[in-house]
Design a binder for this molecule. Sequence first.
Ligand SMILES: *[C@@H]1O[C@H](CO)[C@@H](O)[C@H](O)[C@H]1NC(C)=O
Ligand SMILES: *[C@@H]1O[C@H](CO)[C@@H](O)[C@H](O)[C@H]1NC(C)=O
Ligand SMILES: *[C@@H]1O[C@H](CO)[C@@H](O)[C@H](O)[C@H]1NC(C)=O
Ligand SMILES: *[C@@H]1O[C@H](CO)[C@@H](O)[C@H](O)[C@H]1NC(C)=O
Ligand SMILES: *[C@@H]1O[C@H](CO)[C@@H](O)[C@H](O)[C@H]1NC(C)=O
Ligand SMILES: *[C@@H]1O[C@H](CO)[C@@H](O)[C@H](O)[C@H]1NC(C)=O
Ligand SMILES: *[C@@H]1O[C@H](CO)[C@@H](O)[C@H](O)[C@H]1NC(C)=O
Ligand SMILES: *[C@@H]1O[C@H](CO)[C@@H](O)[C@H](O)[C@H]1NC(C)=O
Ligand SMILES: *[C@@H]1O[C@H](CO)[C@@H](O)[C@H](O)[C@H]1NC(C)=O
Ligand SMILES: *[C@@H]1O[C@H](CO)[C@@H](O)[C@H](O)[C@H]1NC(C)=O
Length: 883
Amino acid sequence: MGRSTWKYQVFFLFCLILHSQLPFPSSLSTSFSSMPPCSALLHFNKSFSLRKSASFYHPSYPKTASWQEDKHCCTWDGVECDKNTSLVVGLDLTSSWLFGNILSNNTLFFLPSLRRLNLADNHFNGSLIPSEFGNFKSLTHLNLSLSVFSGQIPFEISQLSSLVSLDLSKNGLLVKAPVWKRVIGNLTQLRELLLDRTNMSSIRPNSLMNLSSSLTTLSLRYCDLRGKLENYILCLPSIQTLDLSSNSFSGLLPSSLFNLPNLSTLDLRYNQLVGPLPSHISGMNLIVLSLSSNFLNGTLPSWLSSMPSLESLDLYGNQFVGEIGEFKYNSLKYLNLGYNKLHGSISRSVSRLVNLTTLYLSSNNLSIMLGSEMFSKLKNLEILGLSNNSVSINNNATYALPNLQYLYLDYSNISEFPIFLRLTTNLQSLDLSNNRIYGQVPRWLGDVGNNSLDYVDLRNNLLQGPFPILNSSNLRFIFFSRNNLTGEIPSFICNATYLQVLDLSHNNLSGMIPKCLVNSTFLSVLDLRMNSLHGTIPATFAIRNNFRNINLNGNQLEGPLPPSLANCRDLEVLDIGNNKINGTFPYWLGSLQKLQVLVIRSNRFQGRIGNPKTKIPFPNLRIIDISNNQFNGLLPIKYFKYLKAMMNVNESEALKYMGDNYYHDSLNIIMKGQYIEMERVLTVLTSIDFSSNGFKGEMPKIIGSLKSLKGLNFSYNNLIGYIPSSIGNLTNLEWLDLSFNKLSGEIPSQLTDLTSLAVLKLSHNQLTGHIPSGNQFNTFNNDSYTNNSGLCGLPLSRTCDNHEAKQPPPPTLQQDENLEHENGFGWQAVSIGYACGTIFGMFMGYLMFKIGKPKCLVRMVKLEQHIMIRRLKKNAHKRGGRR
Ligand SMILES: *[C@@H]1O[C@H](CO)[C@@H](O)[C@H](O)[C@H]1NC(C)=O
Ligand SMILES: *[C@@H]1O[C@H](CO)[C@@H](O)[C@H](O)[C@H]1NC(C)=O
Ligand SMILES: *[C@@H]1O[C@H](CO)[C@@H](O)[C@H](O)[C@H]1NC(C)=O
Ligand SMILES: *[C@@H]1O[C@H](CO)[C@@H](O)[C@H](O)[C@H]1NC(C)=O
Ligand SMILES: *[C@@H]1O[C@H](CO)[C@@H](O)[C@H](O)[C@H]1NC(C)=O
Ligand SMILES: *[C@@H]1O[C@H](CO)[C@@H](O)[C@H](O)[C@H]1NC(C)=O
Ligand SMILES: *[C@@H]1O[C@H](CO)[C@@H](O)[C@H](O)[C@H]1NC(C)=O
Ligand SMILES: *[C@@H]1O[C@H](CO)[C@@H](O)[C@H](O)[C@H]1NC(C)=O
Ligand SMILES: *[C@@H]1O[C@H](CO)[C@@H](O)[C@H](O)[C@H]1NC(C)=O
Ligand SMILES: *[C@@H]1O[C@H](CO)[C@@H](O)[C@H](O)[C@H]1NC(C)=O
């Protein structure tokens, strides 16, 4: 430690020399007119209107509303005058509902004596910051944060050489390098500088070393700063609060920071810093240390647990290894070590952190015993996250965590409900999903978080018996899917008025769907798929409802679809497949502007599809599966003509999953000949499945205009005529199944343009002539073509007559070995990061298997390998036959 102190002194000497060379401010020239300050303030006030929405923070009120002309302005709310001179020296109109522009002729600039000016949290409607701000030569404090200014920070700000505190944050302003240079050169008195959410992308990190040496607070969050954060840059001897979070700083974590003698808050979250924490530090005064979401590694040094005043330690999302040390002091209130590679048990000292409100250790390799010894003293705990570790529960002793609000114990290998939950009356979120909890849900669970419980996730356990009664009337999210719950959906669910997501899929629930669920105006996701529900779908969908996803697949529901479903104006997904629903095609759903997925497969629908009754039916439909019914008549040309969403999916857009932050839409569909359940559905997936019905007539040419289609299945119908060559236009097509029809004529050579095609099924038709070759056609085998007596050429053994056959072109195989090896496609694990809902990846593919629950975290996903291979293929042309 002695050695590092010595180095540190040399380092500060260097800083001093540097600061002593700074230019000194010269005097200002002023051009203030002489308007009496009270009238200047009145005019200033008149230039705005008052809008409550102009202020963001609560509580807020319009200070200027009480300003009265007949009283001296020194008595007005927010106005401060010098006692001796009666000059207006301070104006504090924070959160005062002011709305309107500030122009350069505003009478505010007739108040030259101002020393403190605070206009934060108002709405100046995108005004530029007038250069006249530079005229307040006595100004020591200027705060214009969060007040909707726009444009650049004017260089005149650098003339305010008396400024002690400058806060221009949260306006989205731009700082250019020359202005920045002046600001840091001239404002040598600055103690606080806050520029959060200012675009500083053209500023080099090493300019930070010229900042005023008296700086105590520097906050540059979300400033788009990038580059290496070298040790020498941050020579700020007086700094107490340093916040450089949410930038793109890279390189090693500067160890010099930990030696700054007065530092109490260090926040470097969300950068790209690497390397270990220093093993020794000289300062011991840190109160807040936030280094989460970087790439830091190594073990946790002992000084971390020996800092007497540390209250908040956030190392979430790094690569730290080793064990959590013994905390020597009990000052911690916030401890977040989640998403690292820590192992061992939690040290006993954690149980003494009596002031702890957050303990988040999720996603490590820790072994944790949940028992009284560990947690009985943590009476202030509000957030406890232990997910994705190995947790065992000792339910022998009862103890309480009376203030617990959030409990995350998913993926923690537990097999029973933790009994301490009985006494947690303030619980809001309970996540016990993906464990091995078996048997009946204890009755007492119903009283947990009596009137606060909002989110309950018991997905993927081994729960049995009847549906647990939950007494909270605040419930908004219930996830009980993938258990073995039996009995009916209880009527208490009708008391949960604000329910938004109800996911009971993959259980053994029987009985009918409660009417109240369908009548809800809050419910957005109703997922009851894969149960044994019977009866009809209640016909009471309210006029204004909020349904986004209704999934009733795999039950025994019967009767017709209720026409009131058409009230679901926000519906995106409707899946009632695999039931016994009857009636004719629900053309009236065509008016639902947001409907993207319609699955009615394997029911008892019948009759013709007919013509649409709305002008542009199903404008957003991307997936339609009406297979396995008794539809007949011609294929519905007029619908195909309008399926806009199947014509122009923008594949280059950031990939998105269907669904919302809480619930990712999942689907059962036949894809490439296999029935699969997709846990996540990407919005680029588009398919049509009309298989196993009684459709007759020809395939319409118009199909070729649905350019975004990935899958087309017309198999097992009675289609006749030629395969339209326009299908060659469907260049995104990955599977095409026309088998078991009565199609005749040749296979159009245009189909070889379908370079994405992985599965082709044309068997059991009456096709004739030569099988085209080239591209994907060189990869299909006999099975694609069997039982077409007139087909000839490879891969069939039947050769074509010279007469009828064109000379087959030499095979130009573009197959990748992997593709051959994997027989079409395979699965590969790839690690990506994703933000909630949006994937900023560079790959394609729509099948993602979920491993974790939807949180904005890095997860392992699997994706379709063949799609990546397809890209590689484009470069890798190879010659040679296959079979
Ligand atoms: C300030 O200037 C604008 C136009 O630049 C004008 O519309 C407005 O009336 C002026 N306000 C005062 C108080 O002079
Ligand atoms: C500092 O301020 C003075 C007076 O406003 C000005 O003349 C000078 O150019 C400024 N210096 C820098 C480096 O901006
Ligand atoms: C820590 O990260 C650095 C930079 O990425 C790397 O060079 C070093 O090997 C890592 N150390 C350990 C112990 O993993
Ligand atoms: C816990 O917090 C209280 C109130 O802030 C404080 O008085 C007490 O010293 C703290 N306990 C520890 C061990 O830091
Ligand atoms: C809990 O109590 C049971 C029976 O009293 C005992 O067998 C078991 O070992 C105890 N478990 C723990 C973790 O103390
Ligand atoms: C589900 O529960 C039923 C009835 O209790 C039982 O017969 C069945 O075996 C259980 N299934 C599973 C997968 O546990
Ligand atoms: C529903 O709420 C009412 C009134 O609060 C109550 O009387 C009733 O018992 C509740 N029903 C269920 C099933 O919880
Ligand atoms: C549906 O809800 C409305 C009010 O939201 C209520 O008046 C009506 O009785 C309910 N209908 C059914 C069948 O529950
Ligand atoms: C539809 O099913 C219901 C119930 O199974 C039955 O009563 C009704 O007759 C059926 N309607 C048609 C048109 O088949
Ligand atoms: C298929 O593409 C060709 C060439 O771009 C175009 O002329 C034809 O109209 C398209 N056919 C259909 C049905 O979209």
